[in-house]
Ligand binder design. Structure first.
Ligand SMILES: [Mg+2]
Length: 283
């Protein structure tokens, strides 16, 4: 009998593993323990910053790599693999693969565009923690963590829609990419959760000396689409506030009945139980 194909779980946090309202992952605790016992890494892939995820990883008891700021960088605990993957640099005990330029590049660009779009946008850095708390509803402490960004900058558009198109075009001409999320436009380099997943999966395959891995991506929103399209199997978690996002693929996709962590358990549980999950999930 051949060795089983190693597996990987890539998961969005807010609205997927974490409840949209309460941020609880309690319903997923038994399945997370089962995945840990089976040595299946659960890799957080999120719009959050490194410091925000670090706090959560402790609660989740998760020691695996993670992907921050919508795919802008992959953080691998130093020593996690036998060797540092190519193209990474050592930062604070991690091997970091940056997929975007640094935040400062986007802050400089926004400063340059400000006279042209005076009063039409606000960004996290300029708003500061108090302004961020007002824009997001985060607690003062949460706003401080959300502001500790390394690769991207959220912008709140306050002007007219046609002006927003001109703003996005101006950013694009200067080499930036603007990703529209629920409330903010996030300015970063040309990166997404899908390309970050792809890079990290290759590193796992290399480290495991595996010709293939079976992976699942779990997400609930538009910023998850690239990773949901990139993984072997995709689990769309039902959201209480918006429809399922559209994927390019139509096979290997599951849509949960439950919301948030309940939906997460439903889909990941089925994927774990399936012998060949790539065949198991029908579009
Ligand atoms: Mg989400």
């Amino acid at each position: 009998m051949s060795a089983p194909v190693p597996r990987l779980v890539f998961t969005d946090l807010d609205g997927s593993l974490l409840d949209h309202q309460s941020y609880s992952f309690a319903p997923a605790t038994p399945l997370l323990a089962e995945l840990a016992a089976a040595c299946i890494p659960v890799v957080p892939v999120t719009s959050k910053t490194r410091v925000e995820i670090e706090a959560l990883r402790q609660q989740l008891d998760n020691t695996h790599p993670f992907i921050v700021e919508n795919g802008a960088a992959v953080f691998i605990p130093q020593g996690y693999f036998e060797q540092a993957p190519h193209g990474t640099e050592e930062v604070d005990g991690y091997w970091v693969k940056a997929m975007s330029g640094p935040r400062q590049r986007w802050l400089d660009l926004l400063d340059k565009l400000r006279p042209q779009f005076e009063g039409e946008f606000e960004n996290f850095y300029r708003a500061g923690p108090a302004g961020i708390a007002a824009m997001t509803g985060l607690s003062p402490e949460g706003a401080v963590l959300a502001n500790q960004r390394e690769y991207s900058e959220p912008v709140q558009w306050r002007g007219a829609d046609d002006r927003k198109a001109a703003f996005v075009q101006a950013l694009t001409l200067q080499g930036a990419h603007a990703l529209q999320g629920g409330r903010f436009l996030t300015i970063a380099g040309d990166c997404d959760k899908g390309r970050a997943l792809d890079w990290l999966r290759t590193e796992y395959r290399r480290a495991w000396q595996a010709s293939a891995v079976m992976d699942i991506a779990v997400g609930d929103s538009g910023n998850d689409v690239a990773m949901l399209d990139a993984a072997g199997s995709a689990l769309l978690v039902r959201s209480p506030v918006h429809d399922f996002p559209e994927l390019k693929r139509d096979s290997g996709v599951m849509r949960s009945a439950g919301y948030g962590p309940e939906g997460w358990v439903e889909g990941v549980g089925q994927w774990l139980a399936a012998e060949d999950p790539h065949k198991h999930f029908k579009g």
